[in-house]
Design a binder for this molecule. Structure first.
Ligand code: ADE
Ligand code: ZN
Length: 326
């Protein structure tokens, strides 16, 4: 599975941080990370809300643009090792200089430089999606959207929202999404992970996104599933994340195959791989084991993902060649 060329659209940069890197940075800066790690050195949490708290606690060690450059390098090394040739990652100005535009530019520059270097020596292409955090509220989201709008371009290609889906409504963030859209950014929103079908409907109606992060709980409303299929809405599905966090009790209960069979454009990502003890290859292996997905289906998934990518056409053409040569 490692050899198959992969396209990953849904990856939180801090959530992809190898625990060893976070531990080392914590030691270097004498930051107390009690409660973040289990005895075996992996991240430790009890449920989704606690996961978000541990995520934010671990993120405290990332204090400078150079820290984010190191993080970007470490994440891309892991992704390239998994056969990922193109990746989009969620970046939050809240964690990168407190959503101050000047500070954000420096963090972004550092990450972009690390990504350029990884493209040269690891052959993996990265693009960024600024992501506001739902439980930080609409005002913080506006500051993130301003950072995104000010730095929109070939590399910073999208805007989205993550965080606790049980807090607030998509419509509360419409102003930020409007600002991002007007700056030329493409849009995605986490919905239908913890919220039901209504959460997906609201994200589409109020934020006018073209992709949905997760979206899997749309399966509870088949009329919505048919709408997603008809309108070509792309779901960034992260099955291992859903199973580990308990959205579904086991792989065989996951709706990804039912959504695909009904014509929805599904893609496959890892979300926060070390938190969920997963990698892109492990996702592929589980999909093969559970639903019998073969190379032909994985090839379709990679093409659907590349079609739905937010990068420019020249980049897509270049990456498409990487998918063909395998
Ligand atoms: N931030 C990081 N991972 C997330 C997830 N699975 N859902 C919502 N917000 C997140
Ligand atoms: Zn996510």
């Amino acid at each position: 599975m490692k050899e198959l060329p992969k396209v990953e659209l849904h990856l939180h940069l801090e959530g992809a941080a190898p625990p060893e890197l976070i531990r080392r940075m914590g030691q270097e800066k004498s930051i107390n990370l009690t409660g973040v790690f289990a005895e075996d050195g992996t991240y430790k949490y009890t449920d989704f809300v606690h996961f978000l708290e541990v995520y934010e606690a671990a993120t405290q060690v990332l204090k400078t643009p150079d820290d984010y450059a190191r993080l970007t390098r470490a994440v891309l090394e892991e992704s390239a090792e998994q056969g990922v040739v193109y990746c989009e990652t969620f970046l939050s100005p809240d964690f990168c200089g407190g959503s101050d535009v000047g500070a954000w530019r420096e963090y972004l520059h550092a990450m972009q430089e690390a990504a350029d270097r990884a493209e040269r020596d690891l052959g993996i292409t990265l693009r960024g999606i600024v992501t506001c955090i739902r439980h930080f509220g609409p005002e913080k989201a506006k500051a993130s959207a301003l950072c995104a709008a000010e730095t929109a371009g070939d590399w910073l290609v999208g805007f989205g929202i993550a965080g606790d889906e049980n807090k607030g409504r998509p419509g509360d963030f419409a102003y930020s999404f409007d600002m991002a859209r007007e700056a030329g950014l493409r849009l995605t929103a986490h919905a239908g992970e913890w919220g039901g079908p209504q959460s997906v409907r609201e994200a589409l109606r109020d934020l006018k996104v073209e992709r949905i992060g997760h979206g899997v709980r749309a399966i509870e409303d088949l009329a919505l599933v048919d709408e997603l299929a008809e309108n070509g809405v792309v779901l960034e599905v992260c099955p291992g994340s859903n199973v580990t966090l308990g959205v579904y009790s086991k792989w065989s209960a996951h709706p990804i195959e039912r959504l695909r069979e009904r014509g929805v454009k599904v893609t496959v990502s890892t979300d926060d791989p070390p938190f969920f003890h997963t990698t892109m290859s492990r996702e592929y292996e589980a999909l093969n084991r559970t639903f019998g997905w073969d190379e032909e289906i994985f090839d379709q998934i990679a093409r659907t993902s590349l079609d739905a990518a937010f990068c420019d056409e020249a980049t897509k053409t270049r990456i498409a060649k990487r998918l063909e040569t395998s």
